[in-house]
Design a protein around this ligand. Structure first.
Ligand code: PAF
Length: 281
């Protein structure tokens, strides 16, 4: 069995129209490919809620801050299609670039508030790129449901806000972060880690989880975050870009744990930037 690969908007729309005539509920799982178990967990969740599941694969140039990062992004379409087939995903929509950004494309979807700070502060324009491409994918597929991982928590809130603000008739479904046995959050960027970096990488989740536990038992945020930052650097990370306690609803900064919260981090191991986040309850 293989997954149907679609490259044009015309073919996408024709297939979806036929599905709609059969009354199908349609889900979309937006990805940039290099699929790992985290993506596959989204596909399984989508198959549990929808009759037809479209996985999109588009390495979106508008959300990269550096040409080198865009060029280095893994492109593994054949492997991706092979991973999707046994799950029973119905379509891999891997559009040609002009189907997303046709000649003269001049529109940007920009979400204020939740896009600011955290990754938004260090990757200028990144969330505009994400919001723009995700809005297009929602409109092109007309999906009823869209699945995103908690791993990119700020992205999840940006997409939610965008869909709400633009009255896009799609339910955004969040799915838990999938981790390796040693706690490292799955990411397409993990393949870039050298063996010695890979050995250090799980310390990020370890420090985050320990800090979340301390916060939940009443420790002061300032000193807890300082200790976690120290632990991450002591574990061999080169730089902590941010480590912050934020409100889980709207990412407002928190000095006190007085509402449902999330602890979010970005840190560098050599040339690889890892992000992670955990709930603080
Ligand atoms: O999370 C990703 O892989 C990307 O940001 C997304 C949502 C597919 C948009 O390009």
């Amino acid at each position: 069995m293989s997954v149907q690969i679609v490259r044009t908007l015309a073919e996408l729309r024709a297939t979806i129209a036929a599905w709609r005539r059969d009354g199908a509920v349609i889900a979309v799982v937006p990805t940039m490919g290099a699929l790992h178990e985290g993506h596959l967990s989204l596909v399984r969740a989508a198959l549990g809620r929808a009759d037809r599941v479209i996985v999109t694969l588009f390495v979106n140039p508008k959300q990269f801050n550096s040409a080198a990062d865009l060029a280095a992004y893994p492109r593994t379409e054949d492997d991706d299609a092979a991973k999707l087939a046994p799950l029973g995903a119905h379509m891999l929509y891997a559009p040609d670039a002009q189907e997303i950004y046709p000649e003269g494309f001049a529109t940007t979807v920009s979400v204020s508030g939740v896009s600011e700070g955290l990754c938004g502060a260090f990757r200028p324009g990144h969330f505009d790129g994400v919001a723009t491409v995700v809005a297009k994918l929602f409109l092109q597929t007309g999906a009823d449901l869209a699945f995103f991982g908690d791993k990119d928590f700020q992205q999840l809130l940006v997409v939610r806000r965008m869909a709400r603000d633009l009255d896009l008739p799609v339910e955004i479904v969040a799915c838990p972060t999938v981790r390796e046995a040693d706690g490292l959050a799955l990411s397409s960027r993990n393949v870039r880690l050298s063996p010695s970096q890979r050995a250090k990488a799980p310390k990020l989740a370890e420090a985050l989880t320990a800090a979340a536990r301390r916060l939940a038992s009443g420790a002061r945020p300032l000193s807890t975050l300082d200790d976690a930052r120290t632990a991450i650097l002591a574990a061999g990370f080169d730089r902590v870009e941010y480590l912050e306690l934020r409100s889980a609803d709207d990412l407002a900064t928190l000095d006190l744990l007085d509402r449902p919260a999330r602890l979010l981090v970005a840190a560098w191991l050599g040339h690889t930037r890892l992000i992670d986040n955990v709930e603080v309850v």
